[in-house]
Structure formats: structure tokens, C-alpha cells
Design a protein around this ligand. Structure first.
Ligand SMILES: [Zn+2]
Length: 101
């Protein structure tokens, strides 16, 4: 896992979703959806790094394109929006039985 956390509500150890909270970014538990903590934007991995992790889950362009459709991936974003979009795809592919499939 790239950024593990332990949820103080449900106790899961996982990676959290990133969502906007005004000008800030907060993490929500990937299992129960509860607030985890505010997160320093500068520490969110680069798109390149997230793409590498996605590639680590499934080295298949067609599967990745399919996963994009399934999770409502938005293409053409830049900067932080793009990072958050790819992070969503990464979490989706981790959770949707793509791993080692
Ligand atoms: Zn939780």
C-alpha cells in the first residue's frame, strides 16, 4: 500500500479516499466512509507514481480502460484533480478483484 492508515472508527487498515474539503484535502475511510484526517496535498503521490501502482495491480491496458468506465473516471484533468482521479481509479482497481486476476 502506498499510504496506509488505520481507521479509528471501524479499525480497518487500508488506503483512504481523498476528497476536497474547501481549499483542503481530507481522507475518508475506504471501508466505512468516516473522516480520517486532513491530508497535506503535497504528499499525495504524483500521477506517474499512482499509474505505476495501477500497473502493478494489472498490467493490461484494456482492463485498466474497463475499470475507468466502471468507476466513472474523468479524463483530461490536470494537477491535483488528476491525482485524485487516478487515486480513485487505483483504489477502485485494488478493491474490485482486479488484483492478481
Ligand atoms: Zn473506517
Amino acid at each position: 500500500m502506498m499510504i496506509p492508515y488505520e481507521c479509528h472508527v471501524c479499525g480497518v487498515v487500508d488506503e483512504a479516499k481523498f476528497v476536497y474539503a474547501g481549499p483542503h484535502i481530507k481522507q475518508l475511510c475506504n471501508a466505512c466512509g468516516k473522516y480520517v484526517k486532513f491530508f497535506n496535498k503535497a504528499l499525495i503521490p504524483d500521477v506517474k507514481e499512482i499509474k505505476l501502482s495501477i500497473w502493478g495491480i494489472k498490467k493490461d491496458v484494456e482492463t485498466i480502460e474497463q475499470a475507468k468506465k466502471e468507476c466513472g473516471f474523468v479524463d483530461g484533468l490536470t494537477g491535483l484533480d488528476e491525482k485524485i482521479q487516478y487515486w480513485r481509479l487505483y483504489l477502485y482497481m485494488r478493491s474490485a478483484d482486479y488484483e492478481n486476476a
